[in-house]
Design a protein around this ligand. Sequence first.
Ligand SMILES: NC(=O)c1ccc[n+]([C@@H]2O[C@H](COP(=O)([O-])OP(=O)(O)OC[C@H]3O[C@@H](n4cnc5c(N)ncnc54)[C@H](O)[C@@H]3O)[C@@H](O)[C@H]2O)c1
Length: 394
Amino acid sequence: MAISNVNLDPNQVAATEIKGSSRKLKIGIIGTGWIADAHMQSYLNMPDVEVVAGADLVPGKAEAFFKKHGVEGARCYNSDEELLANEKDLDGVSICTYNCQHAPCAIHALEAGVNVMLEKPFTVTLDEAIAVMKAEKKSGKILTIGFQPRLDENMKQIKKIVESGELGKVYYIQTGGGRRRGIPTPFGTTFIEKETGGIGALGDIGCYSLDMVLNAVGYPKPLTVSGYKSAFFGTNPKTYTESGRPAEYAEKFGVDDFAAAFVRLEGDIILDFRIAWAMNINTPGDTIILGTEGGLRIPSTDCWNGSVGGEMTLYKNVAGLQTETKIPVIGASAEGGFTNLFDKKIRSFLDSIIDPSKGPTVPSSQIIYNQAIIDGIAKSHEAGKEIEIVIPEI
Ligand SMILES: NC(=O)c1ccc[n+]([C@@H]2O[C@H](COP(=O)([O-])OP(=O)(O)OC[C@H]3O[C@@H](n4cnc5c(N)ncnc54)[C@H](O)[C@@H]3O)[C@@H](O)[C@H]2O)c1
């Protein structure tokens, strides 16, 4: 079966006839920083892939990246646009840029007719996410967002429990988490600067907590949000005493390090959310899902490792008796020979390129709601009141 290229300049795109063919998939990596290492390692674990090109805005970074991974012959560029203009037969790209470059890079790749694995969070703003989805629709290509915890067995179990009806009608969800001290500055300041990160804890780890519960309950549409965000730790040099660069980091910090929100979801569900990169407590609480027939407690993690922080508890009333069922932590499963979540994430992207009828594992049609909540929290904070979430038809 041919992969269709909808609405595209035929000179621009050559990726066709993959299913049933023995040729290797040609992949490019845009942004060769920290997380690109995980993408590269997973691509190297796939027998049917060739990473043929990479791009980074920092001169020499893509070259050093391929050298580090022992990949010879990959072509290197200084931007996503340069890579896409020169590489005419790519089957897909991994977009591993900092948050503010997610939307432009995804749009450029989709416009070039290339399938996209886009790192989380989807984008910085809702408007950007809508623009990406318009490009996705026009291109007819696969766009999947890099939420590898989706592939974790414990995350799947949470969804199975909700879908089994054990909880009855879900009416209240509390989620979120965070680190006591964990502002990410291990490899520079791209997470904490407004111009590169765009959003802080809210987007970086908040998007995972939101995905865990929204996916479990079927991604209901968010209707209104009353949100708050702050940056007391990020802007305080004392937070970075051990870094050796406290004044510089505090000066550069331009995003949030804490956020909280009260969100109304379609289906009469209330979502109570909080997230932190830094706080003066060990955890802001477990994730809980309350339903008319049962309640589920999901112990919080040292946010975020993509799993649960211990065994879950299912609370039920059985024939008048209050019961608690412990649900053990499920270990990694082997799927297609892969146990690592990153390998599974990359494999599922490749499988959807080979057979587009499978669709993306983590589709934009769901994550737009995740992004709308993040965007709504920022906007509600600025407005100082609850706001309505409006998502236009795409
Ligand atoms: N899924 C996960 O587990 C996970 C883990 C960490 C980070 N991430 C996400 O991955 C993204 C990148 O994080 P990181 O830690 O690798 O950041 P990073 O700053 O280390 O790397 C990003 C790189 O992208 C490059 N870049 C930016 N715009 C570009 C463009 N237009 N063309 C080419 N290169 C460009 C930068 O120069 C930089 O080298 C973030 O959005 C982050 O949220 C995901």
